[in-house]
Design a protein around this ligand. Structure first.
Ligand code: MG
Length: 158
């Protein structure tokens, strides 16, 4: 049996924060603002996985009103979600994601992120695809005020 899920997230870019994307620290003068480490990639991934398993969304599972998650490494949300999937008899088949960022240029780090996410999910690298788009200088993402991410995930029953 198979299930698919979709996840989306956007965070504002601002001064005085590290930029964390897909669990990687990326050299950039500005970072994403949020309650946790604001990793849009891992947040969208968490939502795609929860969605595919019919387990609600990241806001239900890990409320941003909970001080426990303040500046939290978003890897925790992914690991906790993978545990819930296993408990419900699911394993991840593959994921495909698109990051929307005018800056920084993500071309040079796509391969490293892909390997990092594959290891995090226990998948082979070919089961994880990372794509990057600019915002074509239009809208909040195009003005480099924010970074967004969309993820689709396929689950297989164990
Ligand atoms: Mg988020």
């Amino acid at each position: 049996m198979f299930r698919v899920g979709i996840g989306h997230d956007t965070h504002r870019l601002g001064e005085g924060r590290p930029l964390i994307l897909g669990g990687l620290r990326i050299e950039h003068p500005r970072g994403l603002i949020g309650h946790s480490d604001a990793d849009v990639v891992l947040h969208a991934l968490t939502d795609a996985l929860l969605g595919a398993a019919g387990l609600g969304d990241i806001g239900d599972a890990f409320p941003d009103t909970d001080q426990k998650y303040k500046d939290c490494d978003s890897r925790f949300f992914v690991d906790e979600t993978l545990k819930r999937l296993r408990e419900n008899g699911w394993r991840v088949g593959n994921i495909d994601l698109t990051i929307f960022a005018q800056e920084p240029k993500l071309g040079p780090i796509k391969a490293r992120m892909r390997e990092h996410l594959a290891a995090m999910l226990g998948l082979s690298v070919d089961a994880v695809n990372v794509k990057a788009k600019t915002g074509e200088k239009v809208g909040a993402i195009g003005r480099a005020e924010a970074i967004g991410c969309q993820v689709i995930a396929l689950l297989e029953s164990k």
